[in-house]
Design a protein around this ligand. Structure first.
Ligand SMILES: O=C(O)CCC(=O)C(=O)O
Length: 258
């Protein structure tokens, strides 16, 4: 299937871009907005079941990592000091030429665990896309840390830098992720609790933006797609996003936008 024209609103790949942090005045405005929105305005709460976004894989019962693995990932991230000096984003690269080259051990271990955890719950073609045998592609892992009130602008991951098949793991705290059709107005929001795993392929990767609102609490369905919602306070969230680098995109110094 061909996808185009390109929509490039990337998150600053190859740079240590900071997510904007809200000022006290912005926070006060947000509190006012939040006190009105949701229940009173009848805003739909984010779903806990999969919405009709083709190529999105989401299942809070099945697509999740064990508690112990989540804790050890957070420990490894701390030990490596990726978020020291106020940084909130780290990019790591795994060379295609060697299975262990580039990515740190804890991420190679995560990939191995995910290959086993996800296998029974995703189609074989998706599993092959994410975990091909004898792959010559390079991987990128991006670690993002979000304080309550921080988010990420809706974007489609850079088309010429990253391939199809993206895995997102949430750690520490949850957030709502918003999906919006690039060429349309359809949008859906889903709740990503800690330990949950999502996969984007095909349309979900190429034809829908994903983003996280800059808020300090999320309006989430009490169950499934129920319109009854509950506020969930944001905590310190860390995410691990695993993507394929397009051939040649692992050469540092090229422009992101072409
Ligand atoms: O934090 C997340 O789950 C999403 C991260 C993301 O979309 C990105 O880094 O491009």
């Amino acid at each position: 299937m061909s996808y185009g024209p390109p929509v490039i609103t990337g998150t600053g790949a190859m740079t240590n871009e900071k997510h904007p942090r809200n000022t006290p005045a912005e926070r006060a405005r947000e509190d006012k907005r939040l006190s009105l929105e949701g229940p009173l305005l009848g805003i739909m709460p984010a779903w806990r079941i999969i919405p009709p976004v083709p190529g999105l894989h989401y299942d809070l019962d099945q697509l999740r990592i064990p508690v112990e693995l989540g804790a050890s990932l957070l420990d490894s991230i701390e030990e490596n000091g990726y978020f020291r000096n106020g940084s909130n984003q780290a990019m790591l690269f795994g060379r295609a030429s060697s299975r262990s080259g580039g990515l740190p051990h804890f991420l190679n271990n995560l990939l191995e665990e995910l290959a086993g955890i996800l296998r029974p719950h995703i189609p074989p073609s998706t599993h092959d896309l994410l975990f091909p045998s004898g792959s010559f592609q390079s991987r990128q892992a991006i670690l993002n840390r979000y304080e309550p009130g921080e988010g990420i602008t809706p974007h489609v991951d850079l088309l010429k830098r990253f391939g199809d098949g993206i895995i997102g793991v949430s750690l520490g705290a949850g957030c709502v992720m918003d999906f919006k059709e690039v060429e349309g107005d359809t949008q859906w929001s889903i709740w990503l609790p800690p330990l949950s795993v999502i996969i984007l392929e095909g349309d979900a990767r190429f034809r829908w933006t994903h983003g996280i609102d800059h808020v300090r609490k999320d309006w989430v369905s009490k169950g499934g797609s129920s319109v009854e919602g509950e506020w969930i306070e944001r905590g310190l969230r860390t995410s691990i996003t695993l993507r394929w680098l397009m051939p040649g995109a692992d050469i540092v110094g090229g422009t992101d936008m072409d």
